[in-house]
Design a protein. Structure first.
Length: 109
């Protein structure tokens, strides 16, 4: 099993829509083998495997061997960094939307 020692930036890892879809699929199950994940995409096994490798390098996916099969599971902990970043800007936009709302109300009076 890969340890949670990210060597890739989590933002880089989630930048691709295929990888975001893989994260979504893995969030819906405890773990999934590669062939089940591959079935969700119109790309080859190697391409899906490369996306999983990038997610593993960011610490977002853990894997384990079961016989000849590799099973993958989500490790959502690194997404906390994304959540914190979005939360900062959420406060910014909330403040700006409140100001905009005040301007509209002043304009109506």
């Amino acid at each position: 099993m890969i340890e949670n020692n990210p060597s890739r930036d989590v933002f880089d890892a989630i930048a691709d829509p295929t990888r975001r879809q893989l994260i979504h699929l893995l969030s819906q199950a405890e773990e999934k083998p590669l062939h089940e994940l591959k079935a969700e995409f119109s790309m080859g096994r190697t391409a899906v495997s490369k996306h999983l490798t990038i997610l593993k390098e960011a610490g977002l996916v853990l894997d384990r061997k079961v016989g000849r099969e590799t099973r993958f599971r989500l490790n959502a902990d690194p997404l906390r960094e994304v959540q914190d970043w979005v939360a900062f800007y959420s406060k910014y936009w909330t403040t700006n939307m409140l100001r905009l709302n005040q301007l509209f109300e002043e304009d109506e009076n």
